[in-house]
Design a protein around this ligand. Structure first.
Ligand code: SF4
Length: 266
C-alpha cells in the first residue's frame, strides 16, 4: 500500500462519510513512525468495535473451492504476485467454461494492488462493470470507494475481485454451477495476493468463501476464516444503497473498522 499522505479531498471524503453515518467524534492517536503510517487514516471513532478473535470456520465445505475453508495455503506467498496474477489472467483467457460467458461484454478479472493487505470480494459484475471490465465501478462501486476511504485507504491500496468474473443476467445471484466453475480462479487470486484480511461483500461472496448457508445478517460483523486468512463479512454496497438506514451504514463502518484494526501495522 502506498505511503502517500492523504490529500485534502480524500480527508474531506472521509469526514463526509463519517458524518453521514452519524460519527461525531474521532480519537486522535500519535502516528506510528514508518512508511504507510499516514495511509492508515483516521483513528476509529470512540466506541467502535474492537476485532474479536477469529471464529472457527463453518463445518461445511465451501462451494467450488476444492479445499476445506480453513486449510492454510501450503506454499509461502509468491515472490511476484503481479506476475502470478498476470499468468492467471492469461490462463483464463476468453473463458467459456460456464454459461455466463454467453452474456458478457467484458470479463471482469479484478483490480488493485497485487500486494494488497486488504482484499474485497463481491459476487459478480453488474452492467457497468461488464461494460468497462473493472469490478465495482457503478453506483455501488462509488459507495465501496467511500467505504474504503472511511478507513483511511484508497481503492488502489486494496484488491477487489468477484466470485464470478462474468455478469449474471439481470444481475441475479450467480448459480451454484457457475460458482463451482469460476471460484477456483478467485482462490488463486487470493493465493497470489495473500492478503492479511478479506472483506466479503454480500451473501454470495461470504457463502462461497466460508462454505455456509448462514444468512449475511447473522454472519456480518463476525470474524471468520478462509484458508487461514481472517474474513470479515459485511453487506454489499448495493444493498446498503437500497436499505440506506443509519443503522446499516454504521454496521458496515464498524465491520470495516474491525478489518482495518486487524491489518495491524505494516
Ligand atoms: Fe469463465 Fe468464470 Fe466467466 Fe464462467 S464466469 S465464463 S468460469 S470467467
Amino acid at each position: 500500500m502506498s505511503g502517500r499522505p492523504p490529500a485534502r479531498d480524500e480527508i474531506a471524503g472521509w469526514v463526509a462519510y463519517l458524518r453521514e453515518i452519524g460519527v461525531r467524534e474521532l480519537r486522535v492517536v500519535a502516528a506510528a513512525a514508518g512508511p504507510g503510517a499516514a495511509a492508515r487514516g483516521p483513528a476509529p471513532a470512540r466506541g467502535a468495535s474492537v476485532a474479536p478473535p477469529v471464529a472457527p470456520a463453518p463445518a461445511r465445505p465451501s462451494l467450488g473451492i476444492g479445499a476445506a475453508p480453513d486449510d492454510a495455503f501450503p506454499d509461502p506467498p509468491p515472490a511476484d504476485p503481479a506476475a502470478r496474477l498476470a499468468d492467471l489472467r492469461a490462463e483464463i483467457g476468453d473463458c467459456t467454461r460456464c454459461k455466463l460467458h454467453g452474456g458478457r461484454t467484458k470479463l471482469v478479472f479484478g483490480v488493485g494492488d497485487p500486494r494488497a493487505r486488504l482484499m474485497f470480494v463481491g459476487e459478480g459484475p453488474g452492467a457497468e462493470e461488464d461494460a468497462r471490465g473493472e469490478p465495482f465501478v457503478g453506483r455501488a462501486g462509488r459507495k465501496l470507494d467511500q467505504m474504503i476511504a472511511s478507513i483511511g485507504l484508497r481503492r488502489e491500496d486494496v484488491y477487489i475481485a468477484n466470485v464470478v468474473k462474468c455478469r449474471p443476467p439481470n444481475n441475479r445471484d450467480p448459480e451454484p454451477d457457475e460458482i463451482a466453475t469460476c471460484s477456483p480462479f478467485l482462490v488463486r487470486q487470493i493465493e497470489a495476493i495473500r492478503p492479511r484480511v478479506i472483506v466479503t461483500l454480500g451473501a454470495p461472496a461470504a457463502r462461497t468463501l466460508l462454505g455456509t448457508k448462514t444468512g449475511i445478517t447473522r454472519l456480518r460483523g463476525t470474524w471468520q476464516s478462509f484458508r487461514g486468512i481472517p474474513v470479515m463479512p459485511t453487506y454489499h454496497p448495493a444493498y446498503l444503497l437500497r436499505a440506506y438506514t443509519l443503522e446499516n451504514r454504521r454496521k458496515v463502518y464498524e465491520d470495516l473498522l474491525a478489518a482495518r484494526e486487524r491489518l495491524g501495522p505494516r
